[in-house]
Design a protein around this ligand. Structure first.
Ligand SMILES: [Zn+2]
Length: 567
């Protein structure tokens, strides 16, 4: 009798929570997980550019999937490696350790690129970053050609999948960007990325001693050369676009040979920027699609009961945003072309594995800001680029030197978003680290355009106001990697100097335009639904884990999304 009463009481309390999970466990396990990351796809983009979308791509996800309309990152530094690893691990930089694309390694005494690793060289001779033509300043920070996930301190969903199924799951990640692939492959999977130097997909000795035959075959086919002498042209008649009349804007980047207006020429294959230009438009994503389809076929993904995992990170949206801005004809057409790329991918997955057997999730590593020039056109004046050179020109440094009685340089390095202080000098002079950090932060906050500068000592001692901004900086704080002062610019203020190349926009802030991303699940028997409840991209990895009955990644802070688990 008592137990019946207890059961009734328990059921009243918990059954509404338990039932969906029971139903989920009764559903067949997907044979394939496809995790798509669109680099810099701000949360509003798919809806905003709906007029240029077709069937089977984004509309498949939006009409037949579960769409979370209010998904935001909660860490401060919305950069590419940070977002990708957060998606992979379901966690924040404080736990997974990827605090920035580049950080100052105090043991090496130099800046370090997030996934560089001298122990694991590239398998392709001449595939290393070409410093003369590389336009990504973070890539240029790497001092070795080797790459590995060793610096990722938490396990990834893909790692947990490997552990759970005793290494029988096939796990792959591909991207134009090395960090877009290495992040999601985790420690147990295999990563391939596009080398602009060789025009081929490459990997490192962390993953393979030699390439699988199909990769050699794919590279030997030289698919990049198919774009020789061709151009990126509009996919639709101009009148279909929201930004039809806004192709040429003086704030857009006039990249050599590529220009500010359609059609954008890729140029001749012997032109030093040929492969770079491919990555600055839809061609980069099309190459990834081609490689990913070949991988899916040759590695026989999704062909047996043990679930496999394929992560694809499409990078073009990010480069197009940097060069032309979020509100440009280029961004609009790039999304239209990405939509066709997705439709092609989904049709191929359906043919090879079946969408009913495949769980698809799409999100982004960060959002995008608007270009100040575009905001000015609309009468929004309070937007500008921050002149980093002004940091050296002002009396701030001199004032600090005078205050602390030192002739040496107190600041070791500044690399977005951290200022790194010269700790040796501070120690030798008998100064207090906390005092110097506080003084440097105070000087930084005097600059026009700087919103907040926060000292790491303050973060360690938690003597900070409990605001969303402070929490986001704290979630970004790792004691061994974070710098000494975190600098946040005002909304719509950012650095646009890409190591000499002036770009239209730069993401990386904790403001909502940079934290806002789509989260969409589809396939595997999911029923369509739009969910307005606030969620985070950290929820994705634990959701995938829960759906497969796998334990969550080691640092996961996300909450499994009930709509994906049950209904
Ligand atoms: Zn990115």
């Amino acid at each position: 009798m008592k137990s019946t009463v207890l059961a009734v009481v328990l059921c009243t309390a918990f059954c509404s929570v338990l039932l969906p999970i029971d139903r989920a466990q009764a559903r067949p396990t997907p044979r394939l997980i496809v995790q798509i990351t669109v680099d810099a796809l701000r949360g509003d983009f798919p809806q905003r550019f709906d007029r240029v979308l077709g069937d089977g791509g984004f509309r498949y996800l939006m009409d037949q999937g579960i769409v979370y309309t209010d998904a935001h990152y909660q860490h401060a530094n919305t950069e590419t490696i940070v977002g990708h690893v957060s998606l992979a691990t379901g966690s924040v930089p404080a736990a997974h350790g990827m605090v920035a694309n580049v950080w100052f390694d105090r043991e090496l005494g130099r800046l370090m690129y997030n996934i560089e690793d001298a122990r694991y060289h590239l398998l392709t001779a001449g595939g290393d970053v070409d410093r003369k033509t590389e336009i990504d300043p973070t890539q240029k920070a790497a001092r070795v050609d080797g790459r590995s996930p060793a610096a990722i301190l938490s396990s990834t969903f893909s790692d947990e999948l490997a552990v759970h199924f005793a290494g029988q799951s096939k796990i792959f990640a591909v991207s134009v960007k090395d960090r877009g692939a290495v992040s999601l492959a985790g420690h147990a999977g295999k990563a391939f990325w596009f080398s602009k130097s060789s025009g081929e997909f490459v990997t490192s000795s962390y993953y393979y001693q030699q390439y699988p035959e199909w990769v050699n075959d794919w590279n030997a086919r030289k698919p990049a050369l198919a774009y020789a002498g061709k151009s990126w042209a509009l996919m639709h008649p101009p009148s279909q676009y929201l930004f039809a009349k806004a192709d040429d804007r003086e704030y857009e980047t006039d990249f050599p040979g590529f220009g500010r207006t359609f059609p954008h020429a890729y140029g001749a294959p012997d032109d030093k920027y040929f492969t770079t230009r491919l990555t600055l438009g839809p061609a980069g994503d099309a190459l990834i699609l081609d490689f990913a389809k070949t991988l899916l076929d040759k590695e026989q993904l999704g062909q047996d009961a043990v679930p496999d995992y394929l992560a694809i990170s499409f990078s073009s949206t990010d480069y197009v945003g940097h060069l032309f801005g979020a509100s440009s004809l280029e961004s609009e057409d790039n999304l239209a072309q990405l939509d066709r790329t997705l439709a092609d991918l989904f049709a191929y997955v359906d043919k090879k594995v079946g969408l009913a057997n495949t769980l698809i999730v799409l999100s982004a590593d960060h959002g995008q800001p608007e270009v100040p020039g575009h905001l000015h056109e609309l009468g929004i004046e309070d937007a500008h680029y921050f002149d980093t050179k002004a940091l050296d020109k002002t009396p701030a440094i001199a004032a600090l030197k005078k205050q602390f009685g030192t002739g040496g340089e107190l600041v070791e390095a500044f690399f977005q978003p951290y200022v790194y202080l010269n700790r040796d000098l501070i120690r030798d002079k008998g100064l207090d680290q906390a005092d110097v950090e506080k003084a440097v932060a105070a000087e930084l906050e005097k600059f026009d355009g700087v919103s907040t500068a926060v000292s790491s000592t303050a973060l360690r001692t938690a003597s900070l106001p409990d605001t969303l901004l402070m929490r986001s900086i704290l979630r970004n704080f790792h004691p061994k990697r974070s710098g000494d002062v975190y600098v946040i610019f005002e909304p719509n203020v950012f650095i646009n100097d890409f190591d000499g190349l002036t770009v239209a926009s730069t993401h990386g802030s904790p403001w909502r335009y940079d934290t806002y991303v789509p989260v969409m699940f589809a396939g595997a028997g999911l029923r369509p639904r739009a969910v307005s409840r606030p969620v985070t991209p950290y929820d994705i990895a634990p959701t995938l884990a829960a759906r497969l009955g796998v334990k969550p990644p080691s640092g996961s802070i996300g909450t499994p999304l009930t709509e994906v688990l049950g209904d």
